[in-house]
Structures are given as structure tokens and as C-alpha cells.
Design a binder for this molecule. Structure first.
Ligand SMILES: [Zn+2]
Length: 432
């Protein structure tokens, strides 16, 4: 099952031909297949690999905890001290060895990672992704603003932030990566944590290298307000002025964009990492996904580990549908009906699934997200026996109904096999 567009389901049984990790042919008449190497059981469906556009790798140890504080205090109280511990590369390796296979088992075939500020830990993260076979966009975090970062966890000055970023990119590009899984990604944490000098230098580095950028954009009232106070302009305008939006920026959250921001982003490469569960705790608002998509902006989904409490991109699919519906209906019963919500804000499961796959691929401008010729074979086999049981005494459900159950009810426990670049990287071991 896959969604070639936001409003179309493709649920045909097919035979895929894969050569060197690339899908080279799709035969829609399985009877034509002369020999099939691997046939899925009838209860299994194959979906494109899930693309998680926003993960803070060093926050893996705090996942699911500490949601009592707003973003700025959360960062200083819990998160920055934890990330600082990744100066110890042995600690980092142990965490990556837990996280990368776990995320593959959750169906995350492509992960977009912020590492810590540490070059060594960042290279070790890339090595873990290559070892376990996960496709990954990876960036050493640049953060040097003396007010937006603690003294125990920052680049001491802009020159160091730039030098460490260059060295990290050099090390990632020097790795033995035969499947080209790793894409170095320029990663200024967000405007409050960076000096103007560093933001400008990261933009210049993007222009020089052509590498993509990732950062946070208009995340919550505090962050969005900081940028308005500092520059008198929105994150989108400031990031563009610093040259950070020209090579395909992956912009996390974006819950507080203006209509002008959306119009600008629609003209640029890259797009938005929509993190619906994280936004519940830190966004101060629901990201209006329907509005962004209608404006022509590319949108994918992210867990925002550990700002979001789940490692599962599957879980973001119903979460994005639910949060959009709550935006449309409104949330405060004390307000009169008709004044509670925002019209036309809902999205359906097709759109949400598209964001988790093809939409994420469009943000990354990568040949992923669909099972069609010319794209890489990143895929997840899901056993629908629990999420969408069938009964011999009842007629078979239409494909769209089974898809809706998949999108709303399937969890990582239903995942049986995961492939990245044509290689089997996770197997639940149950093919009955
Ligand atoms: Zn984040």
C-alpha cells in the first residue's frame, strides 16, 4: 500500500524487481512473475519505508520523560545537560547501538538526526547507521550563543562552531559507506542558540557545499518571539536572509508561520518536519498542516525524539490526523460552537500517510517514499492480522478501509520485515 499523492491510495498486488537497491520494475500482474525471491504472506502489506524528518539522537535516553516544562526550561533543565554527556564517545556509541536498531524495528528506514555538538559522537552515529543499515541525514549541532546555551554545552565561539562543523562533514564524507546511506547536514540548532556570525557562516557553508540544512523554525511562542524581538522578522525571513533555505532546509515544527512565510517556503526547496506529538507539549499550538499543504509547501512527519514521547513514526500518522481535527473543531468547550476552531484544518489518513512517506521524501528531495521504478527499495512489511482482522464469514473489506485501519491502528509490534536500499535490516522472525 502506498499513496502516490495526498488523496490517492495504491493498494495493488505487485511484483517488484530490485537491482542494487533500486526498484527497476513494477509488474502489476503478479501472474507474470517467472520467479519470485520473496513473497509476502497474504496478511502482510508492504509500505514504503517511513521517513522520520526530526530526531535528536542524544535525547534517546530521556524519551518519554520530562514533559512538565515549557521548551526553554526543558532544554536547560533536562536536555542540554544530557546532550553534554555525549562528549564521552563510548557513552555515545552505547546509545546509538540501542537507538538505531530500535528505530529500524519501528520502520524508520530514513532518519534525520541532530547529533550533539561533538564531532566524535556524530561520526560514531553515522557509523552506527551504516553498520545497521539505516539511511540517515546527520548533523553535528552548531550552537554558540552565550545567552541561548549553557556554558557547559556550547561551541565556545563562532570560529569553533564553524571549524567543528567543517571537520564533522569531512569525517562523515570520509566514511566507508557503500550504500550511500549518510548525508551530512548543516545543523544550526535554532536561532536562539546561534550568534549571527554562526548563522551567516552556516548559510555560506551550505552555499559552498550544496549540503542540506536542518534547524527549528517558529517552534513555540518563546522561540518565535525571540526571533521577532531580535530581528523584527520571522524565523523564515531571518533564516532565508542568512542563506540557510537555499539548499533544501528541513524545518522542524513551523507551528507559528505567517501566510507570507508559507508563500516563501512554497518557492524554496526543502520543507517542514511536522511533529504532532511534540507540538502537544512544546508547540503552544497545532501546526496547520492542511493550510501548509494547500499553500504548496512540502510537509513530512517527525517524532522529534525526545520532544515527542514516541519513537514511532507510525504513531505520528493518527496523531497528525487527530491534532488537525482538534484544530478544526477547537478545544475549549467554554467557547461557543463555531468560534472554537479553524475551518478546513482537518487532514485525512491518506494525507497523513503520504506525509510519513512520499511527503518526507519530497522534503529531502530523495528518491524514496514510494515503491516505483527509479526509487530506492526502502520498505516495511506489516502484518495486518491484528490491526485489520479478516473474517471468513464476512465479505472482504475494501482496500481503502483496510488502509484506514493500517494508518490508524498499526503499531511497531505489527512490523515484520524492514528493508533499506534493498537489504533486509530487520526481521521479526514470524512469517506464518
Ligand atoms: Zn527539535
Amino acid at each position: 500500500m502506498q499513496t502516490p499523492t495526498q488523496d490517492r491510495l495504491d493498494a495493488r498486488r505487485v511484483v517488484l524487481t530490485v537491482d542494487s537497491g533500486e526498484i527497476t520494475a513494477v509488474d502489476h500482474d503478479p501472474a507474470n512473475a517467472a520467479s519470485v525471491d520473496h513473497e509476502l504472506p497474504s496478511s502482510h502489506v508492504l509500505i514504503p519505508g517511513l521517513i522520520d524528518l526530526h530526531i535528536h539522537a542524544p535525547q534517546w535516553p530521556q524519551l518519554g520523560t520530562g514533559y512538565d516544562l515549557p521548551l526553554e526550561q526543558w532544554l536547560f533543565e533536562y536536555t542540554f545537560p544530557l546532550e553534554a554527556s555525549f562528549a564521552d564517545v563510548d557513552h555515545a556509541r552505547a546509545v546509538w547501538a540501542s537507538m538505531v536498531p530500535s528505530l529500524l524495528a519501528h520502520g524508520t528506514t530514513t532518519a534525520v538526526y541532530y547529533s550533539s555538538i561533538h564531532v566524535e559522537a556524530t561520526t560514531a552515529l553515522a557509523e552506527a547507521c551504516i553498520d545497521h543499515g539505516q539511511r540517515a541525514w546527520i548533523g553535528r549541532v552548531a550552537m554558540d550563543h552565550p545567552e541561548g546555551t549553557p556554558p557547559t554545552y556550547r561551541d565556545p565561539d563562532s570560529a569553533t562552531a564553524i571549524a567543528r562543523t567543517r571537520e564533522s562533514i569531512r569525517q562523515l564524507q570520509a566514511l566507508d559507506d557503500p550504500h550511500s546511506l549518510v548525508t551530512p547536514t548543516i545543523t544550526p540548532r535554532f536561532i536562539p542558540a546561534c550568534t549571527d556570525e554562526t548563522l551567516a557562516a552556516m548559510g555560506a557553508l551550505a552555499a559552498e557545499t550544496g549540503l542540506p540544512v536542518q534547524t527549528h523554525c517558529s517552534e513555540d511562542d518563546w522561540e518565535h518571539g525571540h526571533v521577532l524581538d531580535r530581528y523584527g522578522e520571522t524565523d523564515t525571513t531571518a533564516l532565508r536572509r542568512f542563506g540557510l533555505l537555499d539548499t533544501g532546509a528541513i524545518l522542524a515544527h513551523c507551528g507559528h508561520l505567517t501566510n507570507d512565510d508559507l508563500a516563501v517556503l512554497a518557492t524554496l526547496p526543502g520543507g517542514i518536519a511536522h511533529c504532532p506529538l511534540s507540538n502537544v507539549y512544546f508547540g503552544n499550538a497545532v501546526f496547520p498542516a492542511a493550510q501548509a499543504l494547500a499553500a504548496g509547501v512540502r510537509v513530512g512527519l517527525g517524532t522529534d525524539i525526545a520532544g515527542g514521547p514516541s519513537p514511532s513514526l507510525l504513531a505520528q500518522i493518527p496523531a497528525s490526523v487527530n491534532s488537525a481535527r482538534m484544530l478544526e473543531e477547537g478545544v475549549d468547550p467554554a467557547r461557543p460552537s463555531g468560534e472554537r476552531g479553524r475551518a478546513d484544518a482537518r487532514i485525512d489518513t491518506l494525507t497523513a500517510f503520504w506525509m510519513a512517506t512520499a511527503g518526507g521524501a519530497s522534503v529531502l528531495d530523495a528518491p524514496l517514499g514510494l515503491l516505483e521504478p527509479g526509487r530506492r527499495f526502502d520498505a516495511v512489511a506489516i502484518d495486518l492480522r491484528d490491526a485489520a482482522p479478516t473474517f471468513d464469514h464476512l465479505p472482504a473489506e475494501p482496500d481503502l478501509v483496510r488502509f484506514e485501519r493500517l494508518a490508524r491502528l498499526a503499531t511497531h509490534a505489527d512490523i515484520r520485515t524492514v528493508w533499506v536500499d534493498g537489504r533486509r535490516v530487520y526481521d521479526h522472525g514470524e512469517h506464518s
